[in-house]
Design a protein around this ligand. Structure first.
Ligand code: UD1
Length: 373
């Protein structure tokens, strides 16, 4: 039996690549004697095999110890259901630290339930901010960080945001990016998707598109306008579009879409990143994908007005185009004329972040578990 227990929380697709290397690092530490136990808690926010189970299998994540099975709902319904069920779990068996990652609803809901019971909260990817309160993720980040004890940060921007909001330095641990740990350790295992030949894909001669933000996909008019501009600006090259379940709902209501946009199912991790790595460029409204494309040196166009990951723009290959379809053509013209920036890899995105997190956690568990924030 271990002296301390950590809950590792995962709920939605972008969490799974962030927890996988942390779990691997904890296991490695346990094998050499030291360490702590953990309980893997899946909230069930994402439940489709393509949004969840496929990632567990490909990334070697163990079966969750607990699945809270909350399923779909409004923001408040999901938050409430996760809080009620996670609180019950903590009351049955308490942990010492609740480790949350990213910015999804599960991240915020579990932090609140834990902190209200006096359980320390550690937030991996703490401190990042877009300033855009219309996105549920920004609210999740602000609420989670307001009650986080220990912050594991991906960037100096995050460190600055936290200091500016009054967090003392001894609660901020600049460790790098666990999502990049996963990417680097899987780079040699990436898999060409089965539809590669069927769609006639060739390296550097197709685009990858992902869209799932409410602002881009919940309204049929806005969504159709973006698809049209993308279809035209990409000059007939195939555009591979793995369709998120949320996006699929709006897609059904569209009368037509450009012929070169090829809709496919949400892709497993290894297939998706194979596609990104070999593409001419990525067009997206995701945050995580901007980090992965920066590390792979692939041009990235983000259809949002803000980003919580500014280093992907200042250092990386990413550019913010906003949500006006008119911005696409000039950007794509620049890409086709070979003028896209090359980018650099941000500090500490080196594949060793999870080891650093486990080192810090071990120290904190020994020395600061009973102390104030
Ligand atoms: C969530 C995250 C977002 C993340 C995204 C990645 C929040 C606030 N947002 O957004 O940060 O980038 O996941 O995927 O947590 N659905 C299914 N099957 C599933 C999961 C969802 O069909 O396995 C449907 C739901 O019924 C819902 C829609 O997809 O209608 C949206 O799912 P939800 O988890 O509410 O938010 P996402 O838009 O996926």
């Amino acid at each position: 039996m271990y002296k301390h227990l950590i809950d590792i929380i995962a709920g939605a697709r972008p969490n799974f690549m962030k927890i996988a290397p942390i779990i691997r690092a904890v296991h490695a530490r346990q094998r050499v004697g030291a360490g702590f136990g953990f309980r893997l808690v899946h909230t069930g926010q994402h439940y489709d095999p393509r949004m969840s189970g496929d990632f567990f299998r490909q990334l070697g994540i163990p079966e969750p110890d607990v699945n809270l099975e909350v399923g779909s709902g409004t923001q408040a319904e999901q938050t409430a259901a996760i809080m009620v069920r996670y609180e019950k779990l903590l009351l049955e068996k308490r942990c010492d630290v609740c480790l949350v990652v990213g910015d999804v609803t599960s991240t915020m809901a579990c932090s609140i339930a834990a902190q209200k019971l006096g359980v320390k909260v550690a937030h991996v990817e703490g401190g990042i901010r877009s300033g855009d309160w219309t996105m549920p993720e920004e609210i999740n980040r602000m609420v989670t960080d307001a009650i986080t004890n220990w912050f594991f940060t991906t960037s100096q921007n995050a460190n600055r945001n936290l200091r500016q909001s009054g967090v003392p330095d001894d609660r901020i641990f600049f460790v790098g990016n666990t999502m990049i740990d996963t990417l680097l350790s899987n780079m040699d295992r990436l898999q060409r998707p089965a539809f590669w030949d069927e769609l006639g894909l060739e390296s550097n001669a197709y685009f990858v598109l992902t869209l799932h933000r409410p602002a881009n996909v919940d309204g049929a008019m806005a969504f159709a306008g973006l698809l049209k501009a993308i279809g035209q600006g990409t000059r007939g090259m195939p555009v591979v579009f793995p369709v998120h379940p949320r996006t699929a709902k709006t897609l059904q209501s569209l009368a037509e879409s450009p012929a070169n946009i090829r809709f496919v199912e949400p892709q497993p991790y290894l297939e998706f990143n194979y596609l990104v790595k070999h593409s001419k460029a990525v067009i997206t409204d995701s945050g995580g994908i901007t980090e992965e494309s920066t590390v792979m040196g692939v041009p990235c166009m983000t259809l949002r007005d803000t980003t919580e990951r500014p280093e992907t723009v200042t250092m990386g290959t990413n550019e913010l185009l906003g949500t006006d379809p008119a911005a696409l053509k000039p950007a794509l013209d620049r890409l086709f004329s070979g003028e896209w920036k090359r980018g650099r890899i941000p500090e500490l995105w080196d594949g060793k972040t999870s080891d650093r997190i486990v080192n810090v956690l071990e120290r904190l568990l020994e020395n600061r578990i009973g102390a104030g924030p």
